[in-house]
Design a protein around this ligand. Structure first.
Ligand code: ADP
Ligand code: ZN
Length: 209
């Protein structure tokens, strides 16, 4: 968990490379659906462009389908889900029905001025979704993904107007989930201002504990 720009996606990509578990990013799933031109993509597109949340029924539906696949039977990493209390409650019911639990919630924190800087300089791979930053985390070759060689682009929702909406949705709908997970005794905070290597190290310690 964490506000847009805190570094969830970057951390998630590194964790799945290290622990070989499926990366379930609702944002990536929606972006893939938009690229493929599916009904799901058509539904999600306008919400995302504005910075709004995609409706809960839709989002819960795709996560439910994804968690039912075989590769999730040994655990998985959720990224960008849950973002509302309704989604958190659905996840609880879902994991219980799969005889699993939510056993660790990593909250990546960062101050707001930094979030704005990160989002405005962010460039993302069109093929694999790996995020870069024009100055903080530049690719080896400008405009090209280090991971797969794909082209880098700026996400349509990484503009000032959409970011405002994303931040206010984060404070209104997602931040309250922190106390929900704190009450379940599964929440740990990682300081997202520390830099990507340190963030990976701290998150790894939490996973291995
Ligand atoms: P970020 O964390 O940088 O905001 P994401 O890639 O996680 O980016 O999400 C991008 C957009 O996708 C969100 O602004 C929202 O429109 C949609 N989205 C992603 N996950 C969810 C979710 N769990 N519930 C509703 N909408 C979502
Ligand atoms: Zn790539």
């Amino acid at each position: 968990m964490g506000p847009p720009g805190a570094g969830k996606g970057t951390l998630a990509k590194r964790l799945i490379a290290k622990y070989h578990i499926p990366h379930i990013s609702t944002g990536d799933m929606f972006r893939d659906a938009i690229k493929a031109g599916t009904e799901l993509g058509k539904t999600a597109k306008d919400y995302m462009a504005r910075g709004d949340l995609v409706p809960d029924e839709v989002t819960i539906g795709i996560v439910k389908e994804r968690l039912a696949l075989d590769d999730c039977s040994h655990g998985y990493l959720l990224d960008g889900f849950p973002r509302t209390l309704k989604q958190a409650e659905a996840l609880k019911a879902l994991t219980e029905s799969l005889k699993r639990t939510v056993n660790l919630v990593i909250n990546v924190t960062a101050d707001e001025a930094e979030l704005v800087k990160r989002i405005s300089g962010r460039r993302v791979c069109k093929n694999c979704g790996t995020p870069f930053h024009v100055t903080n985390m530049p690719p080896k070759k400008e405009g090209v993904c280090d991971n797969c060689g794909g082209p880098l682009f700026q996400r349509p929702d990484d503009n000032e107007a959409a970011l405002k909406v994303r931040l206010s949705n984060y404070y209104a709908s997602t931040k309250p989930l922190l106390s929900y997970y704190e009450a379940m005794n599964v929440l740990s905070n990682v300081d997202g201002m520390l830099g990507t290597d340190k963030v990976l190290e701290l998150a790894s310690q939490l996973i291995e504990a």
